[in-house]
Design a protein around this ligand. Structure first.
Ligand code: AMP
Length: 205
């Protein structure tokens, strides 16, 4: 099962991706997490990507496509995977289509006006990628690995607006792209985490 999860920044993609991957034993491939790991590890790719990410812009296709290709070629992806945050534009979707076949593209539909607040309260663990909200983790500790939770640099208010604009211009058109390919599964992403998950499971059965 080769799946994509799509949605605006803050739509809950990462949270839902983790649930799907756990239920179906699929590797969760988040290009955002891979890039943040590269930044934390101080790699050359991380150094090149950081300025784009901090500004809420897309990292250049050549860098992200190479990163994705390397990850998909690893043995754990042989029987399927879930992509979270890739593709982000038509060029990446075309490239992905050349690398592998996608079975379904799950699209979380959200109210863009409410997403800025969600992102302002998001907290992440840079060590293991766990994502939660400040309300659900008032002690500031990751409940998976115990590391400290932080606010993502690009979740700061001034960057969020740009990320939503980049999404609308580059990524939202992929909804039509996968609809035309007969792969689109639209899900109401403004429901509770449990209800969104149930709707996804019903859609991919
Ligand atoms: P995310 O964690 O998916 O919200 O991604 C965080 C940031 O990483 C984005 O705002 C981009 O700067 C960068 N990024 C992640 N995935 C991609 C991608 N497929 N193409 C370009 N940039 C990406």
């Amino acid at each position: 099962m080769n799946l994509i999860i799509m949605g605006a920044p803050g739509s809950g993609k990462g949270t839902q991706a983790a649930l799907i991957c756990k239920a179906h034993s699929l590797p969760h491939i988040s290009t955002g997490d891979l890039l943040r790991k590269n930044i934390a590890d101080g790699t050359e790719l991380g150094k090149q990507a950081k300025a784009y990410m901090d500004a809420g812009k897309l990292v250049p296709d050549t860098l992200v496509i190479a990163l994705l290709r390397n990850r998909i070629e690893q043995a754990d992806c042989k029987n399927g995977f879930l992509l979270d945050g890739f593709p982000r534009n038509k060029a990446q979707a075309d490239e992905l289509g050349k690398i592998t076949e996608i079975d379904a593209a799950i699209n979380l539909e959200t109210d863009l006006n409410k997403l800025a607040d969600r992102m302002a309260s998001r907290r992440v663990c840079l060590k293991c990628g766990y994502t939660t909200s400040v309300q659900d983790a008032p002690d500031g500790k990751c409940k998976v690995c115990g590391d400290s939770l932080v606010i993502r640099d690009d979740d700061k208010r001034e960057v969020v607006e740009n990320r939503l604009k980049v999404y609308a211009e580059n990524t939202a058109p992929l909804v039509e792209y996968y609809k035309a390919a007969g792969k689109l599964k639209n899900i109401d992403g403004m429901q509770s985490i449990e209800d969104v998950n149930k709707a996804i499971e019903a859609a991919i059965k």
